[in-house]
Ligand binder design. Structure first.
Ligand SMILES: NC(=O)c1ccc[n+]([C@@H]2O[C@H](COP(=O)([O-])OP(=O)(O)OC[C@H]3O[C@@H](n4cnc5c(N)ncnc54)[C@H](OP(=O)(O)O)[C@@H]3O)[C@@H](O)[C@H]2O)c1
Length: 280
């Protein structure tokens, strides 16, 4: 399993998302089992946010990780933009730590950018880092121009988490190359595509079905293998189903050849011009 450094630890190129998890009591035990299955199969990075279920996702993660060695896990959570400075950020992080039942997060992200000056957000990130409450910080939903502005203030940003899948490739035009130049890993959210229609477009696509058949796997696994193909992108698929999580682990071993990548390129082409960053 190839590993790359993110937030001071080496992590596999597939982690686990948790949006909408922890909100339905009937699904809780299955969701905990899904996260634990992932951890036991090496998916040691878990992505959550104070926004997800207003803390319910973080609580679920806190419960799921209890039996495991905390030092082997990479916990990522996010702060709302309106909490992203001063005492409000301190309080948000304290709440997140309590829900996650831990005393530090590995990576703390600004969930998206609003009016809070970046200087104030970064100042507090650095303060909380110095106190040991977070190991590294980063951003989410930042376009290339936002990243340039951020870099003028600090070069300590560990990652940028953005929408990226076969149908949402806009970042390949400028944001991804910009991050590559700086060897900053990118976190890809919604790697399986947004909404049932989009998923149906993927899972019923004859070319993707043929590639999946060649690899004796599902289209979902092909979507993940494609997302992480270059070695500097980490995908965080969400699954509350242990069997799906096991399938996602196997996607780490799938290598798409040039012919397959060209076939995918023909149906889901890369961008030829700048488009504004797509967000969910
Ligand atoms: N920073 C941001 O602004 C932002 C925005 C959106 C998302 N995110 C993060 O990114 C994570 C992933 O994005 P997402 O949840 O929107 O979408 P996603 O991971 O692309 O898709 C999740 C869906 O795919 C299904 N699935 C997962 N693995 C599967 C498999 N092997 N076979 C079949 N179905 C599978 C899941 O169903 P089952 O549960 O039944 O497996 C779920 O319905 C989020 O959970 C969150 O942590 C961040």
């Amino acid at each position: 399993m190839s590993l790359f450094p993110l937030s001071l630890k080496k992590v596999p190129a597939i982690g686990m998302g948790t949006w909408y998890m922890g909100e339905d009591p009937d699904k809780r035990s299955q969701e905990i089992k899904a996260l634990q299955t992932g951890i036991e199969h090496g998916l040691t990075l878990i992505d959550t946010a104070e926004m997800y279920g207003e803390g319910l996702s973080e609580e679920l993660v806190g419960e799921a990780i209890k039996p495991y060695d905390r030092s082997q896990l990479t916990l990522v959570t996010k702060v709302y933009p309106w909490n992203a400075s001063g005492d409000k950020m301190r309080l948000s992080l304290e709440h997140s730590l309590r829900r996650l039942q831990t005393d530090y997060v590995d990576l703390y992200l600004l969930h998206w950018r609003e009016d809070t000056p970046l200087e104030e957000t970064i100042e507090m990130f650095e303060q909380l880092k110095a106190e040991g409450k977070l190991r590294a910080w980063g951003v989410s939903n930042f376009d290339a121009a936002d990243m340039k502005e951020l870099e003028a203030i600090s070069t300590n940003c560990a990652t940028n988490q953005v929408l990226y899948n076969m149908s949402n490739r806009g970042i390949e035009f400028d944001l991804l190359p910009w991050m590559r130049e700086r060897q900053m890993p990118l976190m890809a959210y919604t790697p399986l595509g947004h909404g049932d229609t989009l998923k149906a477009n993927f899972t019923k696509n004859p070319i993707l079905l043929e590639i999946a058949a060649q690899h004796k796997c599902s289209v979902y696994q092909i979507l993940l293998a494609w997302c992480i193909r270059a070695g500097d992108v980490i995908a965080v698929p969400k699954s509350g189903n242990p069997e799906h999580v096991k399938a996602n682990v196997k996607a780490l071993e799938i290598k798409l050849n040039d012919e397959e990548l060209n076939l995918i390129e023909a149906i889901f082409p890369r961008p030829l011009q700048k488009t504004p960053l797509e967000v969910l």
